[in-house]
Structure formats: structure tokens, C-alpha cells
Design a protein around this ligand. Structure first.
Ligand SMILES: N[C@@H](CCC(=O)N[C@@H](CS)C(=O)NCC(=O)O)C(=O)O
Length: 257
């Protein structure tokens, strides 16, 4: 019998992509939750699985696949039924991959800035400078990211630049949805490009920033369509949203308007 083990974290946007694909494919899997603040992702045994020291990682019958975009494509290739999430047509498939590259480079990276400033920063502020520097040093993928943030958070200019990249991404989504006729970016069928950007849009909704698509209503319709997919609720079980894990954040965001 096929054995699938997903090493992930509930609020990790990259993990949410993979959970969605596993659920959309109706695959049974064992979910191993890592505590990213306790440093589970940097322990020697986990680094043997994923030398980048990040989640998610998938183990399929003892063999490892890492990186959320790669894992999503792997799952679609190996488990074809019940729903293909990659277009058959090579040109449409290339368009999907181009969108996925854009998403990985622009919004998936940009969303980390408000996420860290709003929710994760207190965990780093509680450390001494020496502890913080040692932690940054131990991160194979995110050393520079952490050092730029520092223990005081990303400066305003960095936050502004991230929000600008997110706004451009919302516009790019809107363009794609409208060009294809929607409701998804490549048309009627949900593809991996939609699943790749889903955690970014869900995070913006979670942190009260739905105003970002006031001028792009196709993105609101897209969000309702992906949230109606049966895989959505199983992916976003309780504790997957920042405001569920950090209730003070909801009050803070409500107070901010
Ligand atoms: N390109 C990687 C990025 C993975 C990644 O950045 N994961 C984050 C959570 S979304 C993580 O594990 N962070 C832990 C850390 O920075 O130590 C992927 O898509 O799988």
C-alpha cells in the first residue's frame, strides 16, 4: 500500500499548497507537524530529509520529494485521478508553469514580510541578539531574510515594497482570470497555479487586506471558487490561519480598521 508522509506546519503557506493537492486527490497521508519556532526543521534528522531546513517535505514509499511547487507537480504526475490539476495541452501547461514561477518569485516571497512583522516577530524579540544571530546562521535558506528583518522587524520601506509586490500580483491574477474567462487563472479548470497562489490570497484575507482586490473583483470571485472546492476546508483545518493561532492579531487588526 502507498505510504505518504507529509512533513509540514499548519500555518505554513508552502505546506498549505501541498495539503490542498493531497486532499484534492483524495489521498490518505500521515501528517507530521513540525514546530518551526522550536526549530524542528533544523534538526539533523530533518535536514537529512530536506537540506534546505524548511517545510514541506513529502515522503512517498520512503523516497523524498521537497519544495512545494515540485511536490505539487510530482503528486499530479503520480496520482492522476480523480482530478488532473495540470493542463494536458503543452501550451496551457507552460502558461501554468510560468505563472507558478512568477508566484514563487513575487507574491510567495513578499507575503513573508507582513506575516513575520505581524505575527512571528514576538518570538524573535524574546531572544537575545546572540541567540538571534545564531539562529539566522543556522538557516540554510533563510539566513539573509532573518538578518534583514532583525529583532525589530522589517523596516517600513521593506514592508512597503512587499505590499507593492503583492498588489502587482493581485493585478496579475486579475489579468489572467479575465483573459481566460475564469473563474480560475487558466479558465474553468483549477490548476496548480491557482493552488500555488491560494495561500497568499488567503493570508491577505486573514490579515484583513481584502481591500487589495476592491478594484479587481475577479480575484474575489476566484477566492470564493477555490474556497468552495471540497479540498479547501480539509486543508485549512482549525489553526491554519494566523488569526486562529494568534487571537490577539484579530483584535489588533480589527482595531487598525
Ligand atoms: N521554496 C520552498 C520554500 C519553503 C519555505 O520557505 N518554508 C517555510 C514555511 S512556508 C519554512 O519552513 N520556514 C522555516 C524557517 O524559515 O526556518 C517551498 O516552496 O517548499
Amino acid at each position: 500500500m502507498t505510504e505518504l508522509i507529509l512533513f509540514n506546519a499548519p500555518q505554513s503557506t508552502c505546506s498549505q499548497r501541498v495539503r490542498f493537492v493531497l486532499q484534492a486527490k483524495s489521498l490518505a497521508f500521515e501528517e507530521r507537524k513540525l514546530d518551526l519556532f522550536a526549530g524542528d526543521q533544523l534538526k539533523p534528522d530533518y535536514l537529512k530529509i530536506n537540506p534546505n531546513g524548511v517545510v514541506p517535505s513529502l515522503m512517498h514509499d520512503g523516497r523524498v520529494v521537497i519544495d512545494s511547487s515540485v511536490i505539487m507537480e510530482y503528486l499530479d504526475e503520480v496520482f492522476v485521478a480523480p482530478e488532473r490539476l495540470v493542463p494536458e495541452d503543452p501550451v496551457a501547461r507552460a502558461a501554468m508553469r510560468a505563472l507558478m514561477r512568477f508566484i514563487d518569485e513575487v507574491p510567495a516571497a513578499a507575503i513573508r514580510v507582513p506575516s513575520y512583522n505581524l505575527a512571528f516577530l514576538p518570538a524573535f524579540q524574546a531572544m537575545s541578539e546572540a541567540e538571534f544571530l545564531a539562529l539566522a546562521e543556522s538557516k540554510p535558506l533563510r539566513k539573509e531574510f532573518l538578518l534583514t528583518m532583525g529583532r525589530t522587524g522589517f523596516p517600513d520601506a521593506e514592508m512597503k515594497s512587499a505590499m507593492d509586490r503583492l498588489a502587482r500580483s493581485v493585478k496579475r491574477m486579475d489579468d489572467a482570470i479575465r483573459a481566460s474567462g475564469g473563474p480560475f487563472m487558466l479558465g474553468v479548470r483549477l490548476t496548480l497555479a491557482d493552488i500555488a497562489v491560494m495561500p497568499v490570497i488567503v493570508r491577505l484575507e486573514d490579515i484583513n487586506l481584502t481591500t487589495m482586490w476592491n478594484d479587481h473583483p475577479a480575484v474575489g470571485t476566484w477566492l470564493a471558487a477555490i474556497q468552495a472546492h471540497p479540498a479547501y476546508a480539509k486543508t485549512y483545518y482549525f489553526g491554519s490561519l494566523l488569526t486562529e493561532k494568534y487571537p490577539h492579531l484579530r483584535q489588533q487588526l480589527n482595531a487598525a480598521g
